[in-house]
Design a protein around this ligand. Structure first.
Ligand SMILES: CC(=O)SCCNC(=O)CCNC(=O)[C@H](O)C(C)(C)COP(=O)(O)OP(=O)(O)OC[C@H]1O[C@@H](n2cnc3c(N)ncnc32)[C@H](O)[C@@H]1OP(=O)(O)O
Length: 173
């Protein structure tokens, strides 16, 4: 297994259409259905990066910026934004593609954490990840403070133990 992998090696693109069974009472894509599709896409990126079985550890943020109507073509792109010791952050970008009117608008973004596990579901080390594009570098740089925030919110870290968040809020200790 490679020790350092590029973000692009985990790129996963899923394109699908919204059918009536996938919608809510407003005939837009049901939020839970979208989350499930995003989780699938992100899990494939995580598996591509670490070449191991992975589990979702947390969903750190999902934005619902624009409804996706029945019949809409949904394009999802996910990539590892940073790899830590056994966990990795995955960004999922979602667009509504309208090839008839030549329009493509971003509807959602999601940030997931996955952990690589062995056959006993114990966390195992993963390769490092090297960002290349400006966007990959920006997401990589901010990933550590998102990880700290997620650990604090889930009760796994005390706020006083954070390093990046203290820097962000200008605290010295
Ligand atoms: C694809 C699917 O749908 S899978 C189904 C849904 N998911 C599941 O069922 C997972 C259930 N949860 C688990 O199995 C366990 O809690 C695990 C594997 C996620 C974590 O196991 P733990 O024994 O707690 O491991 P540990 O404390 O060492 O954490 C492992 C890594 O996850 C990270 N982590 C754990 N929880 C979080 C969280 N809420 N936010 C961010 N990172 C987290 C840790 O920081 C650590 O990262 P690092 O090693 O890269 O520094």
């Amino acid at each position: 297994m490679a020790k350092i992998k590029k973000a692009s090696e985990s790129l996963t693109v899923m394109t699908n259409i919204v059918l009536p069974n996938d919608t809510n009472q407003l005939r837009n894509l049901f939020g839970g259905e979208l989350l499930a599709r995003m989780d699938r896409c992100a899990s494939i990126s995580a598996t591509r990066h670490c070449e191991r079985r992975v589990v979702t550890a947390s969903v750190n943020h999902v934005s619902f910026d624009h409804p996706i109507p029945e019949g809409g073509i949904v394009v999802m792109e996910s990539k590892v934004s940073r790899a830590f010791s056994t966990s990795m952050e995955i960004y999922v970008d979602v667009w509504l593609d309208d090839p008839i009117n030549h329009k493509k608008i971003q509807t959602n973004k999601g940030i997931y954490t996955f952990v690589a596990v062995d056959e006993f579901n114990r966390p195992i080390p993963i390769p490092e990840m090297e960002p290349e594009t400006d966007l990959e570098k920006e997401r990589y740089a901010a990933a550590l403070r998102r990880k700290e925030l997620s650990l604090i919110l889930s009760g796994r870290m005390k706020p006083s133990e954070s390093i990046e968040l203290k820097k962000l809020f200008g605290e010295s200790n």
